[in-house]
Ligand binder design. Structure first.
Ligand code: PMP
Length: 404
């Protein structure tokens, strides 16, 4: 394990007070705080290196390019992708999902074809497919779940048919915390020669991801949820698919040559990276991944699992407590409601006690419909959260509950 007091020193924001109370930051599913090493690296790059990447022959440009391309290699290693060309920098999970939905559908889908998603997807893994559905006349099929929040794999098998072109599922639910059996889903889909896209926004910060072991065809995650900067994310795709897919956007960086008659696209990964990349953010992301790797994802997972179990146990002692997502495969997220207290009231009053949680539908409205509720209060844990912070949450929820 790691020394939590030392780790917290790497995140100065955690010593802040809000409304005169020590900040208890439990909104890590939305975004995580950044360690000093990430901030220092980015500041240093702007101070000492800054120049546009790839196009310059001059010293600074080459140095910035080296940092940017070294970051791509760090990402490759982090998710154990076979080739660095398979790592595409995007603005985040949402853009990665839109890229695949758009380019994959362009190349491989026609009217009547089907995409399978699950009932617990974030809107980012629903709407991009719906945009394509509206354009091309393709249909979405939805994997259902049990009341505990486990996907029903038998039902998934029944949904696959000869019109299924791709499956796109989240590895971890941002509302329920369920860790989905994506490896099994991928195995089954591959038996039918159907590729699988995995939304790793909520898994990458909490568990070791190995895209070769999963054998997924595409994998997306966001830098800001894994202690890196905002505005940068990753799409991993198997070369065989990416090679066949058309570019998502056009512009500089993604071309080999341009004339008014004919444009030749760059090779991977640049074919999918139009325009100046956020090369300072990619550097920051690499530092964040190094930070996480140095602590050890197994250690982080063990710590967060402990906090999650402890929070579930303690919250359940509060009268009227309803926890959503009680799968035995569950990650660092606890969603709940107490009696008929509105989630917004609970969140607002917790905030006054210094406790930052998220409230609402969490960009998963179809899941809310499945659960028959409008929203939840969600506490989500990170590597720097403590047992004392869980105690503050539980005391805060108890206090607010008594007020109603
Ligand atoms: N998928 C899941 C499961 C998420 O939790 C989120 C962020 N809440 C996203 C996708 C979208 O991530 P981003 O906003 O960083 O693109």
């Amino acid at each position: 394990m790691y020394d939590i007091d030392n780790v917290r020193k790497d995140f100065p924001i955690l010593t802040r007070e809000v409304y005169g109370k020590p900040l208890v930051y439990l909104d890590n599913g939305a975004t995580t705080q950044k360690p000093l090493c990430v901030l220092d690296a980015m500041r240093d790059e702007y101070l000492n290196v800054n120049a546009n990447v790839h196009r310059g022959v001059h010293y600074l440009s080459q140095q910035a390019t080296d940092l940017h391309e070294a970051s791509r290699e760090t990402v490759r290693k982090f998710i154990n992708a076979p080739k660095v060309e398979e790592i595409i920098f995007t603005r985040g999970t949402t853009e990665s999902l839109n890229l695949v939905a758009s380019s994959f559908c362009d190349r491989f889908m026609k009217e009547g074809d089907e995409v399978i998603v699950s009932v617990m997807e974030h809107h980012s893994n629903i709407v991009p497919w719906q945009l394509q559905a509206a354009k091309k006349g393709i249909a979405l099929r939805v994997i259902p779940m049990t009341d505990e929040g486990d996907l029903i794999v038998d039902e998934f098998e029944k949904l696959i048919n000869d019109r299924t072109r791709i499956v796109s599922v989240t590895q971890v639910s941002n509302v329920l915390g369920t860790v989905n059996p994506v490896k099994e889903i991928i195995r089954i889909a591959h038996e039918h020669n159907v590729p699988v896209m995995v939304d790793g926004a909520q898994s990458t910060p909490h568990m070791k991801v190995d895209v070769q072991e999963l054998d997924c065809d595409f994998f997306a995650f966001s830098g800001h949820k894994v202690y890196g900067p905002t505005g940068v994310g990753v799409l991993y795709g198997k070369e065989k698919w990416l090679d066949m897919m058309p570019p998502y956007q056009g512009g500089g960086e993604m071309i080999e040559s341009v004339s008014f008659e004919k444009t030749v696209f760059e090779k991977l990964p640049f074919k999918f990276e139009a325009g100046t990349p956020d090369y300072v953010a990619t550097h920051g992301l690499a530092k964040a991944l190094d930070y996480v790797s140095a602590l050890g994802l197994d250690n982080i997972a063990a710590h967060e699992q402990y906090l999650t179990r402890y929070a579930m146990e303690q919250l359940q002692t509060i009268p009227g407590m309803r926890i959503f997502g009680t799968s035995s495969h569950k990650d660092a997220v606890v969603s709940f409601l107490v009696g008929d207290i509105h989630h917004l009231d609970m969140g607002t009053l917790l905030d006054r006690l210094g406790i930052a949680v998220r409230t609402g539908h969490h960009c998963a409205e179809p899941l809310m419909t499945r659960l028959g509720i409008a929203g939840t209060v969600r506490a989500s844990f990170a590597l720097y959260n403590t047992v004392e912070e869980v105690d503050s949450l539980v005391a805060g929820v108890r206090r607010v509950s008594r007020m109603f």
